[in-house]
Ligand binder design. Structure first.
Ligand code: SF4
Length: 69
């Protein structure tokens, strides 16, 4: 599973960073969230999905294999 943060949509609320304990997302220099792993660790996939669902601006997307080619 791969995830991306759409930079223009993120408001830096930090929910995804704290939910995934800084393992999948972290803040960049602009205070916005970004993905810090190429692939979400298997034990973090459910949490990453929660982060997608809970992002207030729907800034997180799951990157499908199709889009990734
Ligand atoms: Fe940005 Fe959404 Fe993460 Fe909040 S939950 S920091 S808006 S990507």
């Amino acid at each position: 599973m791969k995830v991306n943060v759409i930079k223009d949509k993120c408001i830096g609320c930090g929910n995804c960073v704290s939910l995934t304990e800084g393992v999948v997302f972290d803040f960049n220099d602009e205070g916005l969230a970004e993905t810090i792993v190429e692939e979400v660790p298997a034990d973090m996939e459910e949490t990453a999905k929660d982060a997608i669902d809970q992002c207030p601006t729907e800034a997180i997307i799951e990157v499908t294999e199709e889009e990734n080619k």
